[in-house]
Design a protein. Sequence first.
Length: 136
Amino acid sequence: MLKAALPPGAQGKPIEVWFQDEARVGQQGTITRVWAKRGTRPRAPRDRRYTWAWLFGAACPARGVGAALVLPDVNAEATGLHLAEIGRRIAPGAHAVVLFDGAGWHRQGGRLVVPGNLTLLPLPPYAPELNSMETI
């Protein structure tokens, strides 16, 4: 699969294998509880705001390097920014293969900009155990 995915320009270059994934982290208020005398209804203000950010991460275990971004949204443009960051971390003269899951924003045709020094290789559906970044 790897040899079939590589473009002709990658022939003869060292190949790096990168694993990529993204995760949403954030805060959302929970149910508020307070101690009070039985039969009373004390005021219990709580924070109803919620917010989150997306962590984009990738790692090349063979070289022990990574590339990460914290972004407010997840879409093709954000994924393109992360791919550009990965492209800057690839060793000079090497070509990278980036393994990723089948999220919709990874397949958005012309909207996803992929640097020339890397190739995307999608993992099979319903196989998160094949992506090392799933456990980080």
